[in-house]
Design a protein around this ligand. Structure first.
Ligand code: PEP
Length: 240
């Protein structure tokens, strides 16, 4: 099976997300996908919409979670809420969280450890910046991120990893296919080939036919191009 996961970021309000999800669901039903699992990561204000969508044909996710059970953590959302709502997954370590909210590999490790024994699957994002890529240090960088983010994690069963080179997010640029294949291979070796590895970074209808040729990819994480649910499911049909 392949995964196609959308990340709505902070683009839609509660009601906009609700109508987006309804369109998405109709498109999934029409598409009759056989080999592709759709996921959607909504913003925190919209996670309770899962209760209104009993017929959903997609995995329902959050974009972040805090690593404490409860307490004085103003503005944060707990894994208890995610579990209570039966969320399927949560994005962790997205580059926007790392860059704008100073999330470190150590913090991301605490979050993964915190949700390890729940039914909510972590979707860990890793990826190098342009300077690291140009210095040909991608492999060392990714292995270091994995070592730190997965420290002490012994059971990779529920983990999904998305390789997202930071310099390719939201700007229409994608790396060479062979570069993506190499990085996916490092990640698969590190995780003993037990973890689905996705690619994310400017995936769109324009390049999906090229990207689906990546020989070892298990799917894609999509930001901007997921905002149109019809195009998003068209992408799913292309990879299915
Ligand atoms: C993302 O933010 O995870 C992402 C891949 O964004 P985009 O598809 O817009 O590059």
């Amino acid at each position: 099976m392949k995964y196609l996961i959308g990340n709505l970021k902070m683009n839609l309000t509660y009601f906009e997300t609700s109508s987006y999800l309804d369109t998405l669901n109709n498109e999934i039903k029409k598409a009759n996908l056989k080999h592709t699992i759709i996921g959607e990561a909504v913003s925190h204000d919209s996670i309770s919409l899962i209760l209104d969508k009993p017929d959903k044909q997609y995995l329902f996710g959050a974009q972040n979670i805090f690593h404490k059970q409860k307490g004085a953590y103003t503005g944060e959302v707990s894994i208890r809420s995610a579990e209570e709502l039966n969320l399927d997954f949560v994005l962790l370590g997205h580059s926007e969280r790392r860059m704008m909210f100073n999330e470190t590999d150590d913090l991301i490790n605490q979050k993964i450890a915190h949700i390890e024994n729940t039914k909510v699957r972590p979707v860990l994002c890793v990826g190098e910046d342009l300077a690291t890529f140009e210095a040909k240090k991608t492999k060392e960088f990714i292995i270091d991120q994995l070592n730190k983010c997965l420290k002490g994690i012994t059971d990779y069963r529920d983990l999904i990893i998305s390789y997202e080179p930071i310099y390719c997010i939201g700007n229409g640029i994608i790396p060479e296919i062979c570069h993506i294949e190499h990085v996916i291979e490092y990640i698969k070796e590190f995780t003993h080939h037990k973890v689905p590895v996705l690619y994310g970074g400017s995936v769109s209808l324009k390049n999906i036919d090229l990207l689906k040729q990546i020989k070892n990819v298990d799917g894609f994480l999509v930001g901007g191009a997921a905002l149109d649910p019809i195009n998003f499911i068209e992408m799913a049909k292309r990879i299915d």
